[in-house]
Design a protein around this ligand. Structure first.
Ligand code: SF4
Length: 237
């Protein structure tokens, strides 16, 4: 089996509920989506990065784990594009008793369920329609997939949290509908966090807008947090 990796590096989590913790990042190449704020655009082409035999990828992970990293984050691109290879890599890491972490937009339940047994921590990213993730015709279907992945992650008792990236383009009405859809499907006690992440450097939302978005989530989930991408402030990748 082959896998295409864009990069592998140790850094500090700059996003989500685990921000500030040291992690080995394995960035998979490839993502078919088109979020306007994407900050890993170089890794979107399916032929970006380098191709490795899976055995060579294991060795690459081993050599990086020597830098004392305490968990491995499979990110992208979107790691589910190469779900079979990610499942193998994640199992390899889990067998070493090192926690594994998946960051994905969760666009496909079958691919997600293939990887899930080998993942301990799951970030489910819900896209707003104004993210330009996909065209409006396909948007509802993708949200449905993300909801199904969320339920699957919860039912298998993974540490599961939700992230939504917001920008100055985010519309309150559409955000309200998205949040209602999420919490009609799962209850607040089933998730381990809800992060509103403002875009950085492009169409940044105002504080007023962030507070309004916070107020929309709060009635459903009082532990909601607005967390910017902290790694950008320390110049980390
Ligand atoms: S899903 Fe993620 S990697 Fe893909 S375009 Fe959107 S932000 Fe970039």
């Amino acid at each position: 089996m082959k896998v295409r990796l864009f990069e592998i590096f140790t850094s500090v989590e700059g996003e989500g509920i685990l921000y500030g913790t040291k992690t080995l990042f394995v960035r998979l190449a490839g993502c078919p989506f088109t979020c306007f704020y994407c900050d890993t655009k170089e890794s979107l082409p399916l032929d970006s990065g380098l191709e490795y035999d899976i055995q060579d990828a294991y060795q690459l992970i081993d050599s990086n784990l020597k830098k004392q990293t305490y968990k491995v984050n499979f990110t992208g691109g979107d790691p589910l594009i190469q779900h079979e290879a990610v499942a193998k890599l994640a199992k390899y890491v889990q067998d070493k008793k090192i926690p594994t972490y998946l960051e994905s937009s969760c666009f496909d339940l079958d691919r997600f369920n293939h990887v899930l047994p080998f993942i301990d921590i799951v970030k489910i990213e819900f896209k707003t329609i104004d993210s330009e993730f996909v065209d409006s015709k396909h948007y509802e279907r993708l949200i449905e997939n993300a909801i199904n992945c969320l339920k699957s992650s919860i039912s298998t008792k993974k540490t599961t949290y939700i992230k939504v990236v917001v920008s100055s383009k985010t519309q309150l009405e559409e955000f309200t509908t998205l949040i209602a859809t999420i919490f009609n499907s799962v209850s607040k006690n089933q998730i381990d966090g809800f992060i509103i992440q403002p875009t950085y450097g492009i169409a940044e939302p105002s504080l007023d807008l962030l507070l309004n978005l916070y107020d929309i989530v709060y009635p459903y989930y009082t532990d909601v947090k607005v967390v910017p991408q902290l790694h950008k402030f320390i110049g980390a990748p």
